[in-house]
Design a protein around this ligand. Sequence first.
Ligand code: SF4
Length: 373
Amino acid sequence: MNTIRQFHDVINDSDGYARRLKNDSGKKILGYFCSYTPEEIIHAAGIHPLRLFGTRSAIAHADAHLQAYSCSLVRGVLEEALAGRLEFLDGAVFPHTCDSIQRLSDIWRLNLKFSFHSDVVLPVKLDTSSARQYMGDVLRKFKRELEMDLGLSITDAQLSKSIKTFNTIKRALGKIYRLRSANPGLIAGADVYALVKSAMIMDRADAAEKLTAVADQLEKTKAAGADSGKRIVLSGGLCDHADIYSIIEKSGGAVVWDDLCTGSRYFEGLVSEGGDPIEALADRFTERVVCPAKHSSITARGDGIVGIAKEHRASGVIFLLLKFCDPHSFDYPYMKEMLDREGVPSMLMEIEQDLPSEGQLSTRFEAFIEMLR
Ligand code: SF4
């Protein structure tokens, strides 16, 4: 499908895309790091939210500020900023998640001179009524900060319009995922990855329109090969490597779903389009599938991965964990144990911004996929 090429172009040069968007539209751009960022509020202010993913360049500046055991996302994004390659940003938003992101916020504020900076300190424990109340208060505070800093006001009508745009994106991505799960030969894993990642980079109205068109076109397409490999679910934080999908496919697997921050955790859970928009956003943040930086019950993430594996008839689960990402590493043993109890085999692969050679990856994936039923 030719239209999918456009999404690869966006993800292959996200900075170039952002610079052009800024030049053409005059919009301010705020960078963000995590799917707990209230993008709808930023968008409703007429600002473009741009997810930052790290760097492919060598680290020359960031290591002067960070410990050697910081993850490649944190080191990479700081490197990009310190090297002056994010000069088009007007600021950044740091949700309260892991320790490294929080400390990155301090280093960023002290060493870089972007005009807007906000820490969005969402509650960590989500299954209490006070957490829900606090969630709403934090989102209102973030909205006020944006309004004061930028000298504008964000109306409920603007917020509701943004919620609808983001819901359209989420619906389209959910439909694409479900179509692929029903028929994995329909679309390559790297293409689905490009679609999801683009949704965090592109102008959101454009993304909503184009992703809906792709989803509708896929629905009408007959896949070449319905049975394209052993059914694999990916789990982890973020995967910034289109190559991983194609290597899994060449190794005999077909990614049918994921539990990734750059995947289903980004789009699952629509925001209610009626009532008070901030309350609706607070509900979604409280009820959405949790990442390991949040807690809704002791077994929430294990229940989640077991549920995904069953629903999508996974032959196996591959945990893609970013090296030095403590929250994900803490959850891994119990999630693996729960999958073992259900008879779902899993393997652990540690990744960084630079991947091991394709040969090394294929050997690991092939060995795992071969033993799956
Ligand atoms: S895994 Fe959690 S903390 Fe990490 S980027 Fe995703 S939402 Fe944020």
